[in-house]
Structures are given as C-alpha cells and as structure tokens.
Design a protein around this ligand. Structure first.
Ligand code: NAD
Ligand code: MG
Length: 292
C-alpha cells in the first residue's frame, strides 16, 4: 500500500509559540515526530559506534533513535539546558538494546570538541560515524542589526565545530568510517532574513566536498544532508520570524513541513556500508524545493 506524502504527517497550521534558544522538543505543540513510535530498524548499522551532535532533539534525535534501532551504539552531544530531551533519547537508545552515552557541552569551544571526541571514543569503545547535526539559526531581517556576537556564534557552532570535531576524530576513524554534515536548502536558496545562517550552510556544503576529497584516499566518506523546512525546536526559538510559524513549510511543493523522522533514513544510508560508493554528495530532503 502507498502512503500519500501530502498527508502522511501533520499538514495543518502550527500554533504560534516561542521558546528561548535552544528550546525543548518536549515543550513543542505539536511534538515533532522523531520516529519514537514507528521507526523500524533492519540492522543496517550493526556494531557501529556513532557520535551525533544535536542528538537531543529534532533531526539529531530522529537520527539517534534510528541509528540505535539499526544496531549502532550512540553517543549524543547537546547543550546542558537540553538534558531532559537528551535523557528521553537515552531511553530510546537503551530500549533498542544499544549503548548510550550522553555528553553535554558547548560546541563553540575548540577544547570541548576535543573532549567530546575523546569521551565518545573511550565510552563507546571506538568511533565509526560522525553525524554532525547541531546548528544555530536566528532570524534577522536587517544586516545593520546583525550583531558581531551572533555572526561569531553562528559560524562557531555551524562551521568551526565541524573542523574541530573532525580534526579530533581523524586519529580514530578507520577505512569505512562515515562523516555526515548537515547543510540546508538555505545553502541553495537563501532567505534574506537568514543571512548569517545561510552563509554557514553554504560553507558546510563546500567544506563537505573539499573534505571528501582529502579523506577519500583513507577510505573515509564525507557527505551532507540538506533539509528543507522541518518541524523542530530550532524553528520556534527564533529561527523564523513568529509570523512564519502558522504556515511553516506550506510553501514547499509537498505543502507541509517535514518531520525529523523523514530525515533519518538518509543519515542511516550515508552512515551504512551500503553507501560505499557515495562521498562528497549533498542529499536534499526538502519537500520538493531544489538543491542544485
Ligand atoms: P534542533 O533545535 O532540534 O537541533 C539543533 C541542536 O543544535 C540543538 O538540539 C542543540 O543541541 C544543538 N546546538 C546548538 N548550539 C549548540 C552549541 N553551541 N553546542 C552544542 N550543541 C548546540 O533543530 P533541528 O532543526 O533538528 O537542527 C538540526 C540541524 O538541521 C541544524 O544543523 C540545522 O541547521 C539543520 N537544518 C534544520 C532545518 C529545519 O527546518 N529544522 C532545515 C535545514 C537544516
Ligand atoms: Mg535541542
């Protein structure tokens, strides 16, 4: 039986809502679907060890749940304020019979990125997959109001942390390892009010291509995922002007926002050995907007 993508997930207006960054998934209405009820694994990541940044909520949470149900042990990073969301994810990882490691901390610090990788490697007993999903997005309509602090923090979180985490992880990654970054439709079709964020997502796309070229000879694959509008805490913590929330995602050709669970199969594929001939690529999951 086929499922109609237009109404497979929530496709009505969203209630206006605001939380302070980084926000909690548990406080959203409606709660995003990160696959808690329905994602079924088929051992695609059996015996792999994965570190996922932003693993408490949204796309990272869906990836963490899917990776565990596919047989991977999973370490997640998140900010200390997100502990309760992270503990929910821990429960899902353990219910899947896999090892979970919670590593709170701020990716804007180079030192923390090093500690994060060391802790993940030591606690998991290895490292095969880096799913770098954490991100910062704050809307600002006018460049003259864009603070230097926001510019720095958006670049540190979204771009610098990828350099720092990858540098720290390379001594542990073996042939067959997979690095997955997270770009955006914004790298291809930037919204004027996301000037700094869209620029970081363009940088991530280019970084991913260039890094894939460096690491191919070591048998390490590097790819990126480009989500469109997805219903996650990011969106209700200042990433969108409030007026955009009710109709969020409805301009996409599929006429609704995506749910985090709809991203998980792509992260799973890119992490898996089935993607053995896939590197340097960007995979769009956008509801139909073009990523080229
Ligand atoms: P989310 O709020 O659930 O996830 C973002 C996570 O980033 C947070 O949970 C937080 O743990 C982490 N984070 C932010 N700043 C951090 C810091 N300084 N240190 C450590 N962790 C930090 O939202 P999401 O939408 O699932 O976002 C995941 C990724 O997807 C981001 O890279 C985002 O840019 C990207 N993305 C999202 C959309 C969308 O519509 N939701 C679209 C395109 C791309
Ligand atoms: Mg979160």
């Amino acid at each position: 039986m086929c499922e109609n993508p237009l109404d497979k997930y929530y496709n009505k207006d969203y209630p206006i809502q605001y939380q302070k960054e980084p926000g909690l998934e548990s406080a959203m209405n409606p709660t995003p679907d990160a696959g808690e009820r329905d994602y079924q694994g088929t051992n695609q990541l059996k015996n792999k060890k994965a570190l996922i940044t932003g693993g408490d909520s949204g796309i990272g949470r869906a990836t963490a749940i899917a990776f565990a149900r596919e047989g991977a042990d999973v370490a997640i990073n998140y900010l200390p304020e997100e502990q309760s969301d992270a503990e929910d994810v821990q429960k899902y990882i353990e219910d899947a019979g896999q090892k979970s490691v919670l590593i709170p901390g701020d990716l804007k610090s180079e030192d923390f990125n090093k500690q994060l990788v060391e802790t993940a490697y030591n606690q998991l007993g290895g490292l095969d997959v880096l799913a770098l999903i954490a991100g910062k997005q704050q809307a600002e309509e006018d460049i003259t109001n864009l603070s230097t602090t926001q510019i720095f923090e958006t670049f540190e979180t979204n771009v610098y942390s990828i350099f720092w985490t990858t540098k720290a992880a390379l001594k542990y990654l073996k042939p067959g390892a997979s690095i997955i970054t997270t770009t955006s439709i914004q790298a291809y079709q930037p919204s004027p009010f996301l000037l700094d964020y869209a620029t970081t997502k363009g940088a991530i796309l280019t970084l991913t291509k260039a890094l894939s070229g460096q690491l191919a000879k070591q048998g390490i694959r590097v790819n990126t995922v480009a989500p469109g509008p997805i219903w996650t805490p990011l969106q209700v913590t200042g990433a969108q002007p409030q007026k955009n929330i009710p109709h969020f995602g409805q301009k996409a050709p599929l006429k609704r926002a995506g749910q985090p669970v709809e991203l998980a199969p792509v992260y799973v594929f890119l992490a898996s050995d089935k993607a053995s001939y896939v590197t340097g690529q960007s995979y769009g999951v956008t509801g139909g907007d073009f990523t080229n």
